[in-house]
Design a protein around this ligand. Structure first.
Ligand code: AMP
Length: 395
């Protein structure tokens, strides 16, 4: 059975086609610059091609994606009818969606209702869903949410210290994000540990970054909140900040609240601290050349992660495994070292030489035999989770 996974952004549409018997990726690519000119589709299937074509809408984009997937030279299927179902990544599920769901008129209306929770991402998501449904109307389309995995958080972790009536009426609470990745890592960790009952801290460290505390496979806390702005310092996001700063910035800079929130999302984090870049490859290079603000950014990023690891070990009364994943978690030893050093209180011991020179794209055990806590690098695979969830519904 073949399943197409779609991740739609406002001007892009990423796709991946899976053969689910083997869970192998047959083809992947992206339709980029949709609606903003100079658009193209970059495809990697039987061969790699770039198709430059005007893509005014997501519907046009998915049509071109289907034509390249079925292209005799670059494609991997003979006809779009070979696709049995489509899985859509959805950033926010609000309080409606605690697990994946089929696209129906009813679920679509609910999605429209929660646009306010993620106004930057949800409209694009909806465009992607509508476009794919229009072009492939006869197969199941499945919504897979980045928030579902966090829906098991207890009230003590998910509620803010605000008036409870406001939470009830306005649904202001912590939803988390990156749940698809946290779920994948939890499932992989369970396989490694070989039992269901264990305490895990997942460090998803990418351009967006979040930690989760997972007890017996269920999320009990995560660092992102009402929106992905809360928690860790990220590539361009500030993470946790005193809300009074919002008022002060607005006052001092003459901005409205939206401008301040946009600043906290796009101009802060390690990019703002370092003045160099949001990309950790640039940061580590600059720090190695003696750039003090780049070093400060790496230190601050890692310190915030370390602090949350401590918080989650406390919340779970211990931890059996710390797992690193995503771009930085998998590829930046300087950050892992800063986090893992001086974790003696937890009994963490790890192989420093291996940390610096570990193979990329593989599961790696960093902890030594005498470590009280397992430390692993586990490459994430969000698309595979979406494909598996879609298969579950398609069946
Ligand atoms: P993600 O959002 O998961 O794609 O992660 C993006 C971040 O991972 C960027 O800050 C990159 O600098 C970092 N990253 C990705 N690949 C590497 C690499 N090979 N070496 C160092 N950092 C990397």
């Amino acid at each position: 059975m073949k399943i197409l996974v779609i991740n739609a952004g406002s001007s892009s549409l990423k796709y991946r086609l899976f053969e689910m018997d083997t869970e192998k990726v047959l083809a992947k690519g992206v339709a980029d610059r949709i609606g903003i000119g100079n658009s193209f589709v970059k495809h990697s299937g039987k061969k790699e091609v770039i198709i430059e074509k005007d893509l005014p809408t997501h519907e046009e984009a998915i049509k071109v994606v289907l034509s390249v997937l079925t292209d005799p030279e670059a494609g991997v299927i003979n006809s779009a009818r070979e696709i049995s179902a489509v899985g859509h990544r959805v950033v926010a599920g609000g309080e409606y969606f605690t697990e994946s769901a089929l696209v129906t008129d009813e679920t679509r209306e609910k999605i429209k209702d929660i646009i306010e929770l993620a106004p930057l991402h949800m409209p694009a998501c909806l465009m992607g869903i509508d476009a794919c449904k229009k072009v492939m109307p006869d197969i199941p389309h499945v919504l897979v949410f980045d928030t579902s995995f966090h829906s098991t958080m207890p009230d003590v972790a998910k509620l803010y210290g605000i008036d409870y009536e406001d939470y009830k009426e306005l649904k202001i609470r912590r939803y988390g994000a990156h749940g698809i990745s946290h779920q994948f890592i939890s499932e992989e960790a369970a396989k490694i540990i070989g039992r269901k009952h264990f305490k895990l801290i997942v460090c998803h460290l990418g351009n967006g970054a979040s930690l989760s505390a997972v007890e017996n496979g269920k999320c009990i806390d995560t660092t992102m909140g009402f929106t992905p702005l809360e928690g860790l310092i990220m590539g361009t996001r500030s993470g946790d900040i005193d809300p009074s700063v919002v008022q002060y910035l607005a006052h001092k800079k003459g901005w409205d609240v939206s401008q301040v929130i946009s600043y906290l999302n796009k101009n802060c984090g390690v990019k703002g601290i370092s003045g160099v870049s949001s990309d950790f490859r640039d940061l580590t290079a600059a720090a190695a050349e003696g750039n003090e603000r780049a070093t400060l950014a790496l230190d601050m990023f890692s310190y915030r992660v370390k602090k949350y690891v401590g918080a989650y070990a406390a919340a779970m009364d211990g931890v059996d495994m710390i797992a690193f994943t995503a771009g930085i978690g998998e590829n930046t030893p300087e950050v892992r070292q800063r986090i893992l050093d001086k974790m003696d209180y937890l009994g963490v011991k790890y192989d420093k030489a291996l940390n610096e020179n570990c193979p990329r794209g593989e599961v790696v055990r960093l902890s030594t035999k005498d470590s009280k806590v397992l430390v692993y690098i586990i490459p994430t695979n969000e698309e595979l989770v979406i494909a598996r969830e879609t298969l579950r519904f398609a069946k």
